[in-house]
Design a protein around this ligand. Structure first.
Ligand SMILES: [Zn+2]
Length: 99
């Protein structure tokens, strides 16, 4: 998996293109970034004292629509890999630092 929870990403496609945020959850092909890909959900009234409301929620977006922002060089980058003492680590393709 290239993008992990806690990564800073930039949206590269879709209606929130250009926005940045931290990954809250990551799946194999999707990521959830708070404030990105939001939609309004109408919640029905739930009886006495609980009126209906509209809540704003973030929907996961395809991992192909985001690019990792390197914490070291702050550039939008692609992820590379290298082996460090037989452990696979992610590296920034631009500055070659471990991510
Ligand atoms: Zn970098």
């Amino acid at each position: 998996m290239k993008i992990k929870k806690g990564d800073l990403v930039k949206v590269t496609a879709g209606k929130d293109k250009g926005r940045e945020g931290k990954v809250e959850r990551a799946w194999i092909d999707k990521v959830l970034v708070p404030g990105v890909n939001q939609y309004k959900k109408h919640v029905k009234p739930q009886g006495e004292g609980r009126p209906g409301e509209i809540v704003t929620l973030a929907r996961p977006l395809p991992v192909g629509n985001v690019a990792l922002v390197c914490p070291k060089c702050k550039q939008q980058t692609r992820v590379g890999y290298k082996f460090n003492n037989e452990k696979k680590v992610r590296i920034c393709r631009k500055c070659k630092n471990e991510i």
